[in-house]
Design a protein around this ligand. Structure first.
Ligand SMILES: *Cc1c(COP(=O)(O)O)cnc(C)c1O
Length: 218
């Protein structure tokens, strides 16, 4: 299946970059995919999945988690503040911490739920006005604010501008993470995950290359 091919490509990219085998975590992005395809990936041993919509994830993952051990769920879509508590209850990682209001809601939810998902700060590496994420120039100040409120993100995440080569954005994200002492990098999707691995990605988010085209977003 396509999953095997993606795994082989990840291994090859790790080797080409002189990185340890298994140093890249594959997040299989299952949003808006038919259930049969996701089940096939679970049966093939895939355990880390990415979702974009809290409600959709709440609808399907509790049952699958009951059937398959060791599932890890990563929230990779924009997160509304009023869904912060549900997201903290369901997800093992949240990749889209992109504003102070959300940080406050997440901090309160972590306290209330007694569980703390890994956090990634989303960075708007292309300075795109319509895109979510902290601007590169504002990251250092944002990190200080997060740490003051007791949040300790593990890494950074980016979605490069569609019309530009991705690699310089991956490199920028890596440099920003290094400056902040963060070890995790969530970057690279179906079309560019090998370049992301070459620049140090620790988490790649791959959907259509594994599962095929998605249903249209609601
Ligand atoms: C949907 C999505 C992906 C997966 O995209 P593909 O091109 O299908 O691999 C990765 N990251 C984010 C943030 C997404 O929303």
């Amino acid at each position: 299946m396509a999953l095997d091919e993606i795994r082989a490509r990840i291994s090859a990219a790790e080797t080409a970059a002189g990185r340890a085998p298994g140093s890249v975590t594959l997040i299989a992005v299952s949003k808006l995919q038919p259930e049969a395809r996701v089940l096939a990936a679970l049966e093939a041993g895939q355990r880390i999945f990415g979702e974009n919509y809290v409600q959709e994830a709440q609808g399907k993952w509790p049952a699958w988690r009951g059937r398959f051990g060791g599932v890890g769920l990563h929230m990779i879509g924009p997160l509304q503040s009023n869904k912060a508590r549900a997201a903290v209850a369901l997800f093992d990682a949240i990749h889209t911490l992109d504003r102070m209001t959300l940080a406050r809601k997440l901090a309160a939810a972590i306290e209330a739920e007694g569980r703390a998902p890994a956090l990634f700060v989303q960075v708007n590496t292309g300075d795109e006005p319509q895109k979510a994420g902290i601007l590169p120039d504002e990251l250092a100040g944002f990190m200080v604010q997060l740490r003051d409120m007791g949040l300790a993100p593990q890494g950074l995440m980016c979605i490069p501008p569609e019309a530009e080569p991705a690699r310089p954005h991956f490199r920028l994200l890596r440099d920003l993470a290094q400056a902040e002492g963060l070890s995790q990098l969530s970057m690279g999707m179906s079309d560019d995950f090998e370049e992301a691995i070459a620049e140090g990605a620790t988490h790649i988010r791959v959907g259509s290359a594994i599962f095929g085209a998605r249903q249209a977003a609601r």
